[in-house]
Design a protein around this ligand. Structure first.
Ligand code: 5GP
Length: 209
C-alpha cells in the first residue's frame, strides 16, 4: 500500500560510489508497487549505454547553472567535478499527488533534502568493507587509477555522514539488501501519521456499531 495523508513518502538513499546503490534501488522499485525512482539532472556526459531521459536528464553545465539561478532544484551538488541535482517542481508535485519517491543522491544532496523536507526517510548504504569497495571499483575498470583513488578518498569522507541518516543497510547480498530496504519502506508507510485517512473510517465503524 503506498503512503497517503500529507503526500507521498520521500526516501533518499546515499552510498559511496560502487556500493551498488542504483542496482539495489532498481530492484527495490520492482518489488514495491507504488514506489518510483526519481530521475536526476546532471552535467556529466552520458556513459556508453546510458540514455538521456532514462538514466539521467543530461544537460550542459550552462543549462545546469541557469537552473541553479532559477532555484529549480530541490537539492544539487558538485560530485566528482560534475553537477547533479533533483528537480524541485516535479518532485514536489509528484509527492503532492501522493506518489512515493526514492532519490539516489550523494551525502551533500541528502543533507539539503532533509533540511527542506524534514519528513524525509534517509537511508545510508554501506559496502561490506572498504576493501570490498576498492575491489568493486577496480573491477569497473572504466575509471582511471587517479579517478578511482579520488572515489575511495571521497568514500572515506562520506561514511562519516552515516550518523545523520535514519537507517543503515549493508549491501553484501543483493536480494538480502533489497529485502531490508523494502522492509524499511513498508514500515515507514505503516506509520500512524501516514495511515490517518485509512484508519479514520475503520475506527468510525467501531463508533457506529
Ligand atoms: P554517477 O556519476 O556514478 O552516476 O553518480 C555519481 C554520484 O552522484 C553518486 O553518488 C550519485 O548518487 C550522485 N547523484 C546522482 N544523482 C544525484 C542528484 O540528483 N543529486 C545529488 N546530490 N547527487 C546525485
Amino acid at each position: 500500500m503506498p503512503s497517503e495523508a500529507a503526500g507521498g513518502l520521500l526516501v533518499v538513499v546515499s552510498a559511496p560510489s560502487a556500493t551498488g546503490k542504483t542496482t539495489v534501488v532498481e530492484h527495490l522499485v520492482q518489488v514495491l508497487p507504488g514506489l518510483r525512482m526519481s530521475r536526476s539532472y546532471t552535467s556529466r556526459p552520458a556513459r556508453p549505454g546510458e540514455e538521456d531521459g532514462l538514466d539521467y536528464n543530461f544537460i550542459s553545465r550552462e543549462a545546469f547553472e541557469a537552473m541553479i539561478a532559477d532555484e529549480a532544484f530541490l537539492e544539487w551538488a558538485d560530485v566528482f567535478g560534475h553537477y547533479y541535482g533533483t528537480g524541485r517542481a516535479e518532485t514536489l508535485s509528484r509527492l503532492d499527488a501522493g506518489e512515493d519517491l526514492v532519490l539516489v543522491i550523494d551525502v551533500q544532496g541528502a543533507r539539503q533534502v532533509r533540511e527542506r523536507l524534514p519528513e524525509t526517510v534517509a537511508v545510508f548504504m554501506l559496502p561490506p568493507s572498504f576493501e570490498v569497495l576498492e575491489q568493486r571499483l577496480r573491477k569497473r575498470s572504466k575509471d582511471l587509477e587517479a579517478e578511482m583513488l579520488r572515489r575511495l578518498e571521497t568514500a572515506r569522507r562520506e561514511v562519516d555522514a552515516v550518523s545523520a541518516y535514519d537507517y543503515v543497510v549493508v549491501n553484501d547480498l543483493l536480494e538480502r539488501c533489497v529485502g531490508e530496504l523494502a522492509g524499511i519502506v513498508v514500515a515507514e508507510r505503516a506509520k500512524l501519521a501516514r495511515r490517518r485517512s485509512t484508519i479514520t473510517p475503520i475506527i468510525q465503524t467501531f463508533r457506529n456499531s
